[in-house]
Design a binder for this molecule. Sequence first.
Ligand SMILES: [Zn+2]
Length: 64
Amino acid sequence: MTNTNNTGSKSSKTQCEWCGEKVNCDMWHPVASGTAKDGTFQLFRFCSEECRENWVTEQDTAPS
Ligand SMILES: [Zn+2]
């Protein structure tokens, strides 16, 4: 899948949204979609399914 709405400001290095571990974009990795504070649609990447679960749980419990 190609992100056609890329801002071009980010480098190719990606970190896990939850623990900060490096995510290898060439390999499969869990992702989650969400809306950033500025209202833009974003894709969040994670190094493992466990990190994604933790992140999603926090999103659900955090006041919006
Ligand atoms: Zn992680």
